[in-house]
Design a protein around this ligand. Structure first.
Ligand code: NAP
Length: 313
């Protein structure tokens, strides 16, 4: 351990990358730490339709993120790929302990985002990667001409189900209510798509199969009736994609930082309850989790970190 950075940004999704851009441009010595690929949730999103100024129909999550990453590099933020296991956030110097080393900074921006909520059915763990997936962009091509089911009724479920219709011969959306939560414009496209089918008022109770997923027990929550869905014998399997919301990536900060339902509490300027510790993006308590709000959070957090550092001197 040697260098004490001005600011460490944990997470390189849209919030972390925007923070990296603003911190770097402000000539703060900046380190961005990410454990996997840049982009967080949008790295696995096929189509981005609502980021202001983009070319419509031409923007995918990975393409947008690639440009954000390049912009951060241009303004001088350092990068490291590591999994942080422990954080010490109190005091004037914050320490983050990872598998590869320890990192220190006077300010920290937490932008660790959120991850997909499990479907919650019996045997789910046994079939993740063997029929069950949480990423259409990653796994759709495995289901070329197969049958696919999607659980959820929000923007993600409907958009990703539509994406899956480009690969699967039939896509059935399973939703626990009889109306979708997704934006009306997205719903309209889905209802018009001839490959889309809907199972309303239904939850998946159990999944099964020899090696690969080929059986599913679906319960109608109004009638209690259970329908057994079996893979077509010629196929031998079907796909089941879960898009039922997100869970915050905040376990690392438990007991150190104020949270609400696992999301970090901040004020409008991204300050947490600990001086010098900021949070940005999906990880914080907020009303709208979108790329545009994540990027805005990141920019605010970086500028507030700069102000905090100036006042420390
Ligand atoms: P979401 O909006 O929270 O929707 C989650 C869906 O899953 C809801 O329909 C919910 O049902 C259902 N659900 C929740 N828990 C469930 C359970 N245990 N079993 C079965 N179903 C369950 O999540 P999201 O679609 O992932 O979106 C997250 C955020 O990203 C939202 O703010 C969304 O607007 C945004 N987003 C935006 C876009 C876009 O604008 N293009 C694309 C993707 C995501 P109920 O409806 O009954 O509650």
């Amino acid at each position: 351990m040697s260098k004490i950075y001005d600011v460490i940004i944990l997470g390189a999704g849209p919030a972390g990358l925007a923070a990296g851009l603003y911190a770097g441009r402000s000539c703060l010595s900046t380190l961005v730490i990410e454990k996997g690929k840049d982009g967080g949730q949008i790295a696995i999103t096929d189509e981005i339709e609502n980021y202001p100024g983009q070319s419509l129909g031409e923007e995918s999550g990975p393409s947008l993120i690639a440009r954000m990453t390049a912009q951060v590099a241009k303004f001088g933020a350092e990068r490291v790929s590591d999994v942080i296991k422990e954080v010490k956030l109190e005091g004037p110097v914050k320490t983050l302990i990872g598998n590869k080393g320890e990192y220190q900074a006077k300010a920290v921006i937490l932008a660790t985002g959120a991850f997909p909520r499990p479907i919650g059915c019996e045997n789910e763990g046994k079939f993740v990667g063997k029929g069950i997936s949480f990423c259409a962009t990653c796994d759709a091509n495995f289901f070329q001409d197969f049958e696919v089911f999607v659980v959820g009724g929000g923007d993600s479920a409907v958009e990703e189900a539509m994406y899956l219709t480009k690969f699967a011969r039939k896509v059935t959306l399973i939703h626990r209510r009889n109306e979708l939560r997704a934006a009306k414009s997205i719903q309209e496209k889905a209802f018009k798509n001839p490959k889309m089918n809907f199972m309303w008022d239904t939850v998946v109770e159990k999944v099964d199969g020899e090696e690969l997923l080929d059986t599913m027990y679906c319960k109608n929550v109004k009638t209690g009736e259970v329908t057994v869905v079996k893979a077509d014998p010629d196929d031998g399997l079907f796909g089941l994609f879960g898009f039922i919301g997100l869970l915050p990536n905040s376990k690392l900060f438990e007991g150190q930082i104020e949270m609400e339902n696992g999301y970090i509490k901040t004020d409008d300027n991204m300050h947490t309850n600990i001086p010098g510790v900021f949070a940005a993006g999906d990880i914080r308590v907020k009303s709208l989790r979108q790329v545009v709000t994540a990027a805005a959070d990141g920019a605010i957090a970086a500028m507030q970190a700069e102000k905090y550092l100036a006042e420390m001197e």
